[in-house]
Ligand binder design. Structure first.
Ligand code: ATP
Ligand code: MG
Length: 268
């Protein structure tokens, strides 16, 4: 483990009085975003039968920043994340993570290189406790994994449900456990597939505070979500997919002002 516990700006997370309130400073300006890309996706295509789910997609993720992928339902966002993490295999194209070609590697190999992810639908082990769900993914020493798991549960205010079956946790708590579970393998890049979907404002704030801490600890985030307000606030750069093609990219302001983006969402 490097860097230890991420810095979280506010330990207590009061209910948001009434939306909108300022979000934590996730992403704002980023840290060291001018460095060489941590992830470079070039010309990636993926077909499912007759459906071209991804067509010649390029994506560049800079270290220390939050990069966003948006697009209508079915535009290929999860497929792109699956291809990057080895869960699905690209038909064509190159994916370089910290300079290493990973397009043909297994999900486990990719994870061991420092790339972690969450899934659109949480994938906790329902019949394991929150604590066990963290420890089970740890590598190496079990005692130190247990200590780390308790630290992480403390950090997100979930110590009181440490021994609950994951299946009995609320949806937001499950998301939070999956979120901190990522940190058990100390990834340098995390991919988050719809982390904010269906999450109440209190949990949303805790997730954002976690992300803030990750960024402060030098980690990088690639995220997709339909919560446009949050995406616009946290992302330094956004790529827009439609029918598996990249139709726009740029800062949130540039993307928001791009007529192709409006058309993709509302035009047909
Ligand atoms: N394993 C699969 N087999 C066949 N088709 C698939 C498979 N996975 C995804 N697809 C199809 O590929 C297209 C892109 O799906 P994907 O899940 O990547 O979209 P998405 O942008 O993540 O959508 P959403 O916003 O609803 O999560 C969809 O038409 C989907 O039905
Ligand atoms: Mg998806």
């Amino acid at each position: 483990m490097s860097g230890g516990t991420p810095v979280v700006p506010r330990e207590s997370t009061p209910e948001r009085p009434s939306p909108p309130t300022p979000l934590p400073t996730v992403g704002a300006g980023g840290h060291g975003g001018d460095g060489a890309p941590i992830l470079e996706v070039r010309g990636v295509s993926k077909r499912f039968g007759g459906l071209q789910a991804l067509n010649d997609v390029d994506l560049t993720v800079r270290p220390g920043q939050v990069t966003g992928v948006i697009g209508p339902n079915g535009s290929g966002k999860s497929t792109l994340f699956n291809v990057i993490t080895g869960v699905a295999r690209a038909d064509r194209g190159s994916i370089r993570f910290r300079g290493t070609e990973i397009a043909r590697l297994s999900p486990d190999r990719i994870n061991r290189l420092g790339l972690g992810r969450t899934f659109q639908l949480t994938r906790l082990f329902g019949q394991l406790s929150a604590f066990e769900n963290l420890v089970v993914v740890a590598r190496g020493n079990r005692a130190s994994a247990g200590t780390r798991a308790d630290e992480l549960l403390d950090l997100v205010g979930l110590r009181h449900v440490r021994d609950e079956y994951a299946a009995n946790l609320s949806y937001g708590q499950q998301k939070l456990v999956e979120f901190v579970r990522l940190m058990m393998s100390d990834p340098s890049l995390v991919l988050l597939d719809e982390p904010f979907a269906g999450v109440n404002p209190t949990m949303e704030r805790r997730l954002l505070e976690q992300m803030d801490g990750w960024l402060a600890a030098g980690k990088t985030v690639l995220v997709t979500d339909h919560e446009m307000k949050i995406m616009m606030e946290i992302c330094s750069e956004i790529v827009v997919l439609d029918h598996g093609e990249t139709i726009a990219r740029g800062t949130p302001e540039e993307v928001r002002a791009d007529p192709r983006v409006m058309e993709a969402y509302f035009g047909r």
